[in-house]
Ligand binder design. Structure first.
Ligand SMILES: Nc1nc2c(ncn2[C@@H]2O[C@H](COP(=O)(O)OP(=O)(O)OP(=O)(O)O)[C@@H](O)[C@H]2O)c(=O)[nH]1
Ligand SMILES: [Mg+2]
Length: 166
């Protein structure tokens, strides 16, 4: 299977903006109404994770990808994911925190929320607007084992990239 990542996260959390940034598109994102497949990314509507009725769409789509991004908005005090949600999806997990540029961003809080969702994996702190941290995401989608990813995070030694294990 070609390396491909599905992005899941809350409504207005910054998924589509992140996808555009990763694909080098300058256009601003509109509300996502359905699954969007573009190159190595699958973008999902925030409703898919906010409404359990749509969980099966997420599960079905996960069969088509190698990696899943669990996305947490740094300006939001709540997580849209059920605890340990990633346990149900046997794919390489990547945590991404968005909007770290925002005045009301709380990166520590977002990190804590993601740790409740992911069992282990990298967490990337990003701002699509300011182009911070986003450069680490594409290389992570090329890696397939926890060991490789852990080593990569260590070698990068970036303030925007950390590894969480529990
Ligand atoms: N401050 C800040 N705002 C951002 C950033 N990225 C996205 N936003 C804003 O967040 C809002 C939602 O962005 P989208 O990318 O459409 O969010 P989404 O997760 O795709 O939303 P749905 O498609 O509704 O699920 C927009 O107003 C964006 O401009 C960022 O890096 N920093
Ligand atoms: Mg969207």
């Amino acid at each position: 299977m070609k390396n491909r990542v599905m992005i899941i996260g809350g409504v207005q959390a910054g998924k589509s903006t992140l996808m555009n940034t990763l694909l080098g598109k300058e256009s601003s994102a509109n509300k996502t109404q359905a699954l969007v497949y573009e190159d190595w990314i699958v973008d999902t509507p925030g409703e898919y994770i906010e409404n359990p009725m749509y969980y099966r769409n997420i599960m079905a789509t996960s069969l088509e990808v190698t990696h899943v991004i669990y996305l947490q908005d740094a300006t939001s005090s709540r997580s849209v994911f059920p605890p340990q949600f990633s346990l149900g999806i046997p794919k390489i997990q990547i945590g991404v925190i968005t909007k770290i540029d925002a005045p009301d961003a709380d990166v520590e809080r977002a990190t804590g929320l993601l740790k409740n969702v992911m069992t282990q994996g990298p967490i990337v702190k990003t701002s699509s607007w300011k182009k911070l941290g986003v450069e680490w995401i594409a290389p992570l989608i090329q890696l397939h084992t926890h060991e490789e990813i852990q080593q990569f995070v260590k070698d990068c030694d970036s303030p925007y990239l950390m590894y969480c294990s529990q």
